[in-house]
Design a protein around this ligand. Structure first.
Ligand code: ZN
Length: 276
C-alpha cells in the first residue's frame, strides 16, 4: 500500500537546490500533500502563476515563508520592514497561501523588550491589510540562540501571548520543534495555544548532536534528540489537524542528490508517523 503522505508538507528551502518548478514536480510525484513556499523561490516569478501551477500539480499551498524582521534602530528602517511585509501579504494572497509565517526580528544592542514592542507595533500595522487579503499571520518563536539577530520572541508562551494581545483571530502561532523542544513548559503551552485557537502551523525536523552550524545543520526526523512523538501527540491533542511541514536547513543535505534526499525525508516521516 502506498504510504499516506497527504498531511506531509515540504518547505521549498528544504530542497533548496531545486527550482520551484522542479520542487513542485518532484513533491507532487512523490504523493506529498502540501508545499510551503519561501519567498526566494518565487524570485522572478509571478506568484499567482506559481500558485496555479502548484494547485494544478495537486498540491496545497500551506504557507508563505517568510515575513517579519520588524525591529530596527531607526523609524525609517522599521517602516521599510512594514512595507516589505505588506508586499509579502500581497504575494501570499496572489499565491493562494492562507498563512504568512513571521520570523519577528531582533536588533543587536537594542534591549529585547524594545524589540518586542516593535514587533507588536509591526504586526499591528500590517494586520488590517492581512485581514483585507484573507491571509493569516503566524508568529514563529525562535530558539533563544537566535535572540540576538533573528527573533526576540523565543518561547511559545511569548508568541501566544502576543497573538492574544493583538486580539484578532487572524493572528496565531507557528510551532517549530527545532525552536521549542527544550522548553519545560512546552506541553502546557501547546495545549493553551490550541485551546485559544492560535495553533496555525507545525514545523518538524530534528536537533543534531553536536550541532556544527547554528543555522544550517538541522537533521531529519529521528536523527536527533527532539522528542518528536510526544510533541506531535501534544499538538494533535490540542486540536491541530493541519500539515506536518518538513523544514530542514542543512548544508550537508543540500549537497546530496535531492531526489535521494526526498526519499530519505519520506522514510523519516513514515517512521515519525508510525505508532510508538
Ligand atoms: Zn519553522
Amino acid at each position: 500500500m502506498a504510504p499516506d503522505l497527504s498531511q506531509l508538507c515540504l518547505h521549498t528551502i528544504t530542497t533548496r537546490p531545486w527550482s520551484l518548478e522542479i520542487a513542485i514536480e518532484q513533491i507532487s510525484r512523490a504523493g506529498i500533500g502540501g508545499i510551503t513556499v519561501w519567498r526566494q523561490a518565487l524570485s522572478g516569478r509571478d506568484p499567482a502563476g506559481a500558485g496555479e501551477r502548484i494547485r494544478a500539480a495537486g498540491l496545497q499551498v500551506v504557507s508563505l515563508c517568510r515575513g517579519g524582521f520588524f525591529t530596527g534602530l531607526s523609524a525609517a528602517g522599521r517602516q521599510r520592514a512594514i512595507n516589505d511585509n505588506l508586499a509579502a501579504i500581497d504575494e501570499a494572497a496572489a499565491l493562494g497561501a492562507p498563512l504568512l509565517v513571521l520570523v519577528c526580528g531582533a536588533t543587536p544592542g537594542q534591549p529585547l523588550e524594545i524589540s518586542r514592542q516593535q514587533i507588536y507595533d509591526g504586526i499591528a500595522a500590517i494586520l488590517p491589510h492581512a485581514q483585507a487579503c484573507g491571509v493569516r499571520l503566524g508568529i514563529e518563536p525562535l530558539h533563544p540562540m537566535y535572540a540576538d539577530t533573528r527573533s526576540a520572541i523565543n518561547t511559545l508562551a511569548q508568541a501566544t501571548d502576543m497573538a492574544e494581545r493583538l486580539g484578532s483571530a487572524q493572528v496565531g502561532v507557528v510551532v517549530d520543534v527545532y525552536h521549542l523542544w527544550w522548553d519545560p513548559h512546552l506541553m502546557f503551552e501547546i495545549e493553551r495555544c490550541g485551546r485559544l485557537g492560535r495553533l496555525f502551523a507545525f514545523h518538524i525536523c530534528d536537533w543534531q548532536t553536536p550541532t556544527t552550524d547554528l543555522l544550517n545543520d538541522r537533521g531529519l526526523m529521528g536523527e536527533g534528540c527532539i522528542p518528536l512523538a510526544a510533541i506531535r501527540q501534544a499538538v494533535e491533542a490540542a486540536g491541530f489537524d493541519g500539515f506536518h511541514e518538513v523544514e530542514i536547513f542543512s548544508s550537508v543535505y543540500w549537497q546530496m542528490d535531492q531526489t535521494r534526499f526526498l526519499q530519505r525525508i519520506i522514510t523519516a516521516y513514515q517512521a515519525y508517523c508510525a505508532p510508538p
